[in-house]
Structure formats: structure tokens, C-alpha cells
Design a protein around this ligand. Structure first.
Ligand code: ADP
Length: 390
């Protein structure tokens, strides 16, 4: 049986060299180690299914994992087709993919749900590669398939848990906000309208209630914006990022004026990402730069560059900068840095930016500005416009 298998493997590799590799294959054949069993052991030790089919979909060989999958030995599989192992619909689907590989002459990477002969449904991650005969024509396909059912189920469970967590955060932050508004409102009302009838201690208590309520409201607002960041459909046309940044700067003119700070918006690449997400990025970063990174008379610079489909924006200040050991942690939820010690804040802004960057296929990080200060960078992947009809 072992001999038969080797004879078969040898046959298929003799028939299989790529047109450009024929000479190399021949020399390999000449120098082939006499211990072919070692190679076979290696192939059989792999957990992935490996199989060879000819142009007509007839099995020419397979490894141990394939034997276990189908429930037949290699010798029993040779000479048969998928129609002998799977139900007709399933075999048709497999055959269709195989035909596409044969016709295109290119490697295909597909995820296919397969019902095994024992009735279990599994998701296979398969790479199917054509091999060539000595005449240079495609002679069949070599397939390598990995059972990714468990991994997929775990991914789905994780996604579901994340969805539930986001829904929970949304509900909690939204519903807790509602009773907070009158708490803050009534304590302010009492302080203003009953000032004469209340003693010093009562007024102080009311002031504390109001301050804590305001703090909690800010926390709820920030949690709400973190929870509501989600994947949105890309716009039909590229968004002019410079226009977006300038709109954000106009919206912050009050704070900028109060702080005596200016913003310089450079040339920013246009790209197809949802405008609302870009607004959140610029708004958060410029506000942080005003709050933590500027003194009166400073200028904040906003810029960006494109490298292929990757676009990176930056917001740069010349303030105190961020200590090296905080440069990663400040992107975690509720994490605040040393520069935030004397300021109110929730520690959610940068986590929201990181979430947006990841949703858009990139990441966010901070570097030191040459000469001192912080340069926050946010990378995202531009979504190319698909050609008509796609
Ligand atoms: P928050 O501003 O509510 O604290 P963020 O997540 O936006 O939350 O920021 C986290 C921390 O990062 C801040 O507390 C601050 O210490 C630091 N930080 C952010 N931006 C800057 C900046 N431009 N310069 C210096 N420190 C900054």
C-alpha cells in the first residue's frame, strides 16, 4: 500500500511541474533522497487535508487527514470523485470551484461549508492550486484545506459578546443620563433661588451634587460616543479631509479664542471614510491639544499623508509631551495621563479614536514632536471606489 501511495505521489509530481520549473523539477527528481517515506510521514503528520485531483475531478492521492475526513483510505479514494463522497449539491459546489481554478490557472483561496460524509457540517479554509503536466497544460489541482469551524464559531461568539457589551454600554449610559439631568438642574436651581434660606454647609453640599452630576454626565456622554462608534457604509464620493478639519476648527473657535491658540490645517488627502468618524477624530485630538498641549500663543498643526491606500492624519502640538511609559496606556478606556492630573476628563477620548482607527483598518499612536510636544497619528485605510457593476 505504501509503495502504491509513493508511486502515485511520484507520478503526480512528475506530471506536476510548473512550466517554468520543469528543469528544476527534473534536477530535484534526480537528486531526490532515497527516503521518500520521510516526506510522506511529514505530509501525513499535517493536520490539514491535502489532496490531488486531476482535470476531471478524479482523486489521485491524499494524506492521512483527508482519509480521516472522508472516512476512506487513500487507496479507496483514488479513482473516485467528490460525487462518491458528498451529496450531489455539495459535490457540484466543490466541482464548480475546482473548475474555476483549472480554467484560470490561478490559486484560489476559498472558505467552503462542507457536509462531511459522517453528516457533520464544517467550514474549510481551502487553498486550491493548479498543477501543470509536461505539456505545460493544467493537469489538475492540489488542495490544502483546514477545518476552521471552531475558530469561526469562537470569532462569532466574540463578535456577539462585543455586540451585547456595546448594547449594554449604550443602554446604561443613555438611561443613566436621563435622571442625571434633573439632579444637576435642581441642585443648581436650589443654590440660585434659595441661597438666603440655606446655610453655608447646605450650599456646599448642593455645589458638590452639581459638580459630581456634571462629571457623571460627561462620563455618560463619552461612554455613549465610544459605544456608538460602529462600522458605517463608506460614502459614495471621497471626503475632503481638509474641509472636515476646518469645520471642526470653526466649531472649536470659542475654546481656541479663550486659550489664545491657533490651528493650522495643511494639505490633507481626500478619502472614502465616513465623515462623522473623521469629525470625531479631529475634534477629540484638537480639543486634547488645546487642553493639555498648548499655552497662549501656540499653534496646533493638522496634516496628513497618503501611502498607497493607507492615509495617516496627524495633530501636532508643542506642549509638555507624553512620557514614554504612558504612550500606549493613554489609549485604554478610562486611562488618564500625568498631563491630565489637574484637568477634568474621563479618559475615554483616545480609546474612542483607537476604536475608530481599528474600524477603518488602521491604528492610532502618539510620538514626540521634534523639539518637544505630542504628535498624535491616526492611520486608516481608504476604501477604493469599486468599478461600475461590482
Ligand atoms: P481625557 O482627555 O478625558 O483624559 P483622553 O483619552 O482624551 O481622555 O486622554 C487621555 C490622557 O492623555 C489625558 O488624560 C492626558 O493625560 C493625555 N493627553 C491627551 N492628549 C494630550 C496632549 N495633546 N498632550 C499631552 N497629554 C495629552
Amino acid at each position: 500500500m505504501e509503495d502504491l501511495k509513493f508511486k502515485h505521489c511520484k507520478d503526480s509530481s512528475e506530471e506536476a511541474p510548473l512550466p517554468t520549473d520543469i528543469d528544476r523539477q527534473k534536477s530535484l527528481e534526480k537528486n531526490r533522497s532515497p527516503d521518500k517515506g520521510l516526506l510522506r510521514c511529514l505530509i501525513d503528520a499535517l493536520g490539514d487535508l491535502i489532496y490531488i485531483k486531476d482535470r476531471d475531478g478524479v482523486y489521485r492521492g491524499c494524506n492521512k487527514a483527508s482519509e480521516n475526513f472522508v472516512g476512506l483510505t487513500e487507496a479507496e479514494q483514488i479513482g473516485k470523485t467528490d460525487f462518491d463522497f458528498f451529496d450531489e449539491d455539495m459535490a457540484e459546489v466543490i466541482r464548480k470551484i475546482d473548475r474555476e481554478v483549472l480554467a484560470s490557472g490561478r490559486e484560489y483561496h476559498v472558505e467552503e461549508w462542507i457536509t462531511r460524509p459522517d453528516g457533520r457540517r464544517v467550514l474549510l479554509d481551502s487553498r486550491k492550486t493548479p498543477f501543470y503536466g509536461p505539456d505545460g497544460e493544467v493537469a489538475g489541482i492540489v488542495g490544502i484545506s483546514r477545518d476552521i469551524t471552531e475558530r469561526k464559531q469562537a470569532e462569532e461568539a466574540l463578535k456577539e459578546a462585543n455586540r451585547e457589551l456595546e448594547a449594554f454600554t449604550y443602554t446604561v449610559s443613555h438611561d443613566l443620563r436621563t435622571p442625571l439631568v434633573p439632579i444637576v438642574g435642581y441642585s443648581d436651581f436650589l443654590r440660585e433661588n434659595y441661597r438666603e434660606r440655606l446655610d453655608e454647609q447646605a450650599l456646599e453640599c448642593l455645589s458638590e451634587i452639581s459638580k459630581s452630576g456634571e462629571k457623571m454626565l460627561a462620563l455618560m456622554e463619552d461612554l455613549l460616543s465610544l459605544a456608538t462608534v460602529r462600522k458605517l457604509d463608506p460614502p459614495a464620493e471621497p471626503v475632503d479631509a481638509a474641509e472636515v478639519a476646518n469645520e471642526v476648527v470653526s466649531g472649536l473657535s470659542g475654546q481656541l479664542c479663550l486659550a489664545g491658540v491657533e490651528v493650522e490645517v495643511g494639505d490633507l488627502p481626500a478619502l472614502r471614510v465616513p465623515k462623522t468618524l473623521l469629525v470625531q477624530v479631529f475634534d477629540n485630538l484638537i480639543l486634547n491639544a488645546i487642553k493639555y498641549g498648548c499655552k497662549r500663543g501656540d499653534t496646533i498643526e493638522v496634516g496628513g499623508e497618503r501611502r498607497g491606500e493607507r492615509v495617516t492624519f496627524y495633530v501636532r502640538d508643542h506642549g509638555p509631551g507624553i512620557p514614554v511609559d504612558e504612550r500606549e496606556s493613554i489609549f485604554d478606556v478610562f486611562s488618564r495621563g500625568i498631563t491630565g492630573q489637574d484637568q477634568e476628563g474621563t479618559g475615554i477620548g483616545l480609546a474612542t479614536i483607537q476604536k475608530i482607527a481599528r474600524l477603518l483598518g488602521g491604528r492610532a499612536w502618539v510620538e514626540e514632536t521634534p523639539g518637544g510636544g505630542s504628535t498624535f497619528r491616526v492611520e486608516m485605510v481608504d476604501i477604493p471606489v469599486s468599478p461600475p457593476g461590482k
